[in-house]
Design a protein around this ligand. Structure first.
Ligand code: CDP
Length: 218
């Protein structure tokens, strides 16, 4: 006998569009687990660099991928990831080196296949709010709850700088949008929210209102 279908909310968007903050608040309001799928790509990128492998040496990256065990779980409503038995800290995952290399690693189809499988597993365990680049288009194409959080390039640059992080987001966006495997796209059935002139609370409210609305419509 199968239980109720878990709620899956997909939130995509470009770098520094504010989707992490929004997704976290939406997950808390809905009682779902919050998963930052970018953290998984960042964790594996950190692991690649740690092993002294050049991210553009695809053959070596694939050898490492085959030898690596991922462990994705949940702690206090937030998705966690360990790679090769090591849990990366937030600082490691947001380092300048990871920022500069994560899009190259995330463009490798085999890396995506492994991590997408882990991402889908969350929805087998219960409700989830997941944010990333391809959540509505590839990971959970069947969910009716799809959002695309955008913001102008200027606002996004400013937000990232104010976090004190060195991050060439324009370059990452270019690679993420132009890669062959699961590029960043706006899913046709997603609700697009431009957060440039909105507060976090306003964006969260719009997402929650749309989720509640669509839930009531059969
Ligand atoms: O927080 P920010 O938007 O800057 O990035 P992130 O969500 O941590 O994602 C880091 C990188 O991982 C992105 O630039 C993509 O290259 C990759 N990524 C992806 O390819 N697919 C996802 N679903 C999530 C992230």
């Amino acid at each position: 006998m199968s239980g109720p279908i878990p709620l899956i909310v997909a939130i995509d968007g470009p770098a520094a569009s504010g989707k992490s903050t929004v997704a976290k608040a939406v997950a808390a309001a809905l009682g779902c687990v919050f998963v930052n799928s970018g953290g998984m790509y960042r964790a594996f990128t950190w692991w690649v660099l740690q092993k002294g492998i050049r991210p553009d040496d695809t053959a070596a990256v694939l050898d490492l991928l085959a030898a690596t065990r991922f462990s994705c779980g949940e702690e206090n409503g937030v998705g966690t990831v360990s790679v090769g038995g090591t849990r990366m800290t937030r600082t490691e995952m947001a380092s300048t080196e990871v920022n500069a290399n994560v899009s190259v690693i995330a463009a490798i189809p085999e890396v995506r296949d492994r991590l997408v499988a882990e991402q889908r597993r969350y929805a087998e365990r219960g409700g989830v709010v997941m944010e990333g680049r391809d959540i509505g288009s590839v990971v959970f194409p069947d969910t009716p709850f799809k959002f695309y959080i955008d913001a102008s390039p200027e606002v996004r640059e400013r937000r990232r700088r104010s976090e004190g992080i060195t991050d060439s987001i324009a370059r990452r966006d270019r690679i993420d949008s132009s890669r062959a495997a699961s590029p960043l796209v706006v899913p046709p059935d997603a609700l697009v929210v431009d957060s440039s002139d909105l507060t976090v609370d306003e964006v969260v409210e719009r997402v929650l209102a749309a989720v509640r609305n669509r839930r009531m419509t059969p």
